[in-house]
Write a protein that binds this ligand. Sequence first.
Ligand SMILES: [Zn+2]
Ligand SMILES: [Zn+2]
Length: 258
Amino acid sequence: MPRELGKHTPYFELVDAQSMPGCPVCRLAYKQTDRYLDSILYEAVLDPDVRTKLKNSLGFCREHTEMLHGKPGRALGTALIYRDIIRSVAEALVGARHRSSGAPSLLSRWLPGSREDLPVVQKLRASEPCPACKVAEKAEARVVQLLVVHLGEDKLYEAYAQGEGLCLEHLVRAIALTPDQETLDRLLQPQSKRYLRMLTDLDEFIRKRDHRFRGEKYGEEGDVWLRAMNAIVGGAGMGLSAESGGRHQDTGLRDKKR
Ligand SMILES: [Zn+2]
Ligand SMILES: [Zn+2]
């Protein structure tokens, strides 16, 4: 099908993401970060400047280290990145001094205050934030804005209304960006319906866990506890809390975890 003039790939990616499991903003930000990590693994082998930047951030935060860990072909790039980081950490320990002002009192030995000002503590802290977080943050902001700007269009709206909707964080961001009442209605009405349906499903799921009704088979409510977690923190289909929010099997993501 030919794509309309004036619409770029991110728009179509956004429309397509509505029919996939979980929050579409989380999904597209994840994809962007995934691509970034691929490129960083490649560049880190070739470019010492890339490794210097990663040394300043001490690599990645835990979430993105986990993502990196899941990547195929990651070993050499990772080894090169972390050789620089470990070397820098080891150097910071050499000659570390406490520089205590005066003899510590007995009380301060038992209840020591935090000494963030110690040079060794400062040297061991990252001087830059996780670069993958920065990529994800930018992507989230871009996608939320794209959603709000185009929600007046039926194609995107219908896809959004039928999809699993936004996680709470991205819903809040989208609300904050809505330019008018009509966009706000388009954003919130489908989302309210989802919450109400989720509540019905939660009631039904909890009822069936009662020993008196144990024999009853689960219907659509069987995965509602997963969907509920995803609705609040996002990440469905991305290994963060549930594979898919439960209702779809193909997450469309290469490095999904089970
Ligand atoms: Zn989200
Ligand atoms: Zn990060």
